[in-house]
Design a binder for this molecule. Structure first.
Ligand code: ATP
Ligand code: MG
Length: 201
């Protein structure tokens, strides 16, 4: 019985390996990718920052622009600012839009932050650029889609970009090479559990 099961498992794994090997052989193109991490579930920015660390671990350079979260305390930002001074990191200067309630100020801050992003998107030395919460800039029309897409499309060939944020537009998803939608199955906050330092921010 158990020998049978082992045999079946082995055959299944052989078939899977053959499929994976074929797919690996088919992937011939070498270039950076545009990744969009969107959806209402938890895990978008933390995945983006995790990938920055993955890059740094290989000795590559990465740059970050954080849109929206200007006044928000967050561990990953403090860590990178303090311990990785070589990583270009720009933070948009105002808080969440529902806190500032000032469209002019948001637009000005977003446009300044986008200029920093444009500089990173021209920098050949960067293996990865993280544009955290950029989807809101598009959603609120603080910077035109045309301007944002032009910079994304014309970036260095080897450079990858991660865009995070809820409600990524159809056009952005079409432009991207990889799109992951993080869904909410449940979230502790919905059950009345307070956001935790080091987990939520
Ligand atoms: P994280 O930074 O934890 O990866 P995120 O980038 O996917 O989260 P955002 O939409 O940027 O999520 O939300 C920012 C904050 O809200 C984070 O503290 C995050 O943990 C929390 N959060 C994310 N999704 C939910 C949710 N569905 N309900 C309540 N809080 C959430
Ligand atoms: Mg986020």
């Amino acid at each position: 019985m158990s020998t049978d099961r082992n045999e079946r498992h082995k055959k299944a794994m052989q078939r899977r390996k053959a499929l994976v090997d074929e797919k690996v052989a088919q992937a011939q193109e070498e270039r950076g990718v545009l990744i969009v991490l969107t959806g209402n579930g938890k895990g978008k920015s933390s995945s983006g920052f995790g990938t920055v660390i993955r890059c740094l671990g290989h000795g590559y350079k990465a740059g970050i622009v954080q849109f929206i979260k200007g006044t928000w305390d967050c561990g990953e930002r403090d860590f990178i600012l303090e311990r990785c001074p070589e990583v270009p990191f720009h933070i948009m200067g105002t808080g969440f839009t529902w806190e500032t309630q000032d469209r002019e100020r948001d637009m000005e801050a977003a446009s300044q932050a986008w200029e920093k992003a444009e500089a990173l998107l021209k920098d050949e030395s960067l293996h990865l650029v993280l544009l955290d919460e950029l989807t809101y800039v598009l959603k609120y029309g603080w910077v035109t889609q045309e301007r944002i897409f032009e910079a994304l499309k014309n970036r260095p060939r080897e450079q990858s970009v991660i865009v995070t944020g809820r409600a990524a537009s159809k056009a952005l998803c079409e432009l991207a090479d990889t799109v992951s939608v993080v869904d909410v199955e449940k979230h502790a906050f919905q059950a009345g559990i307070k956001a935790r330092k080091g987990i939520e921010w």
